[in-house]
Design a protein around this ligand. Structure first.
Ligand code: F6R
Length: 229
């Protein structure tokens, strides 16, 4: 596992965008796993600014809420708003999990070349909450109170945050050929410390990444603040 610490979240976004741009240049039909949430917004802003030919790229998003009341609260809407509507990607090449066939859809596309991940304050990756099995595949999960509280900032109220989501499993994520995890801000420092310093165990989902050979953590100074404490 590589840990890359950069001075600011802007620098993190620029660095990861450079690498994605480079990968698409080398392989125009790159299969990219994507995440949503606040951490991804600077990255998508950066990617929107670049001259990248997305016409052959395929994307697979990590997760989606189940039982959403307003379309604009969905991750599908988020991706359209912050990325897909601003680039020349073909909508038929963008995918969101709907059922357990997602893993075989990914396989048929040739597997994910690069998976982008954020991390929850409770160390979730995708919506694989603590105690998710490391062998889990795409499935419907219950969201923890902590995750619902943390994500309520994107909703009108805590009550409108769905209780369930569908997410790639941990084994689905680990099948990606390469993984970049991005974390910025002080709120993520403890989650990062645990992900980097604890042995793989199912109480801390992000520790599963230690089982993968090509994982890089891109952190700003604040998110890396507890490393080595
Ligand atoms: C979202 C996802 C989640 C987020 C995580 C961090 O698609 O997979 O694991 O990456 O909850 O969210 P933010 O970036 O909003 O702190």
């Amino acid at each position: 596992m590589k840990t890359i610490i950069l001075p600011s979240k802007k620098k993190v976004a620029e660095t990861v965008a450079d690498l994605i741009q480079e990968k698409i240049k080398k392989k125009p039909n790159l299969v990219l796993g994507l995440a949503t949430g606040g951490t991804m917004m600077p990255l998508y802003k950066e990617l929107r600014k670049r001259k990248i030919d997305w016409s052959k790229v395929k994307t697979f998003n990590l997760d989606e809420y189940v039982g959403i009341k307003k379309k604009k609260d969905s991750y599908h809407y988020f991706m359209d708003k912050y990325l897909f509507s601003k680039i020349n990607i073909k909508r038929k090449n963008t995918h969101f999990p709907k059922n357990k066939d997602y893993d075989s859809e990914i396989r048929k596309a040739g597997g994910i070349d690069l998976q982008i991940l954020g991390i929850g304050v409770n160390d979730h990756i995708g919506f694989n909450e603590p105690r998710s099995s490391f062998t889990s595949k795409t499935r419907v999960v219950n969201l923890s109170d902590e995750t619902r509280r943390s994500n309520s900032r994107f909703f009108q109220s805590l009550n409108s945050v769905p209780k369930k989501a569908i997410t790639m499993g941990i084994s689905t994520i680990l099948k990606a050929k390469e993984i970049y995890l991005i974390a910025t801000g002080r709120k993520k420092a403890l989650a990062i410390q645990k992900a980097v310093e604890c042995k793989p165990n199912e109480k801390i989902p992000a520790t599963a990444l230690k089982k993968h050979k090509r994982v890089s953590f891109f952190l700003d100074k604040k998110a890396s603040g507890k490393l080595g404490d």
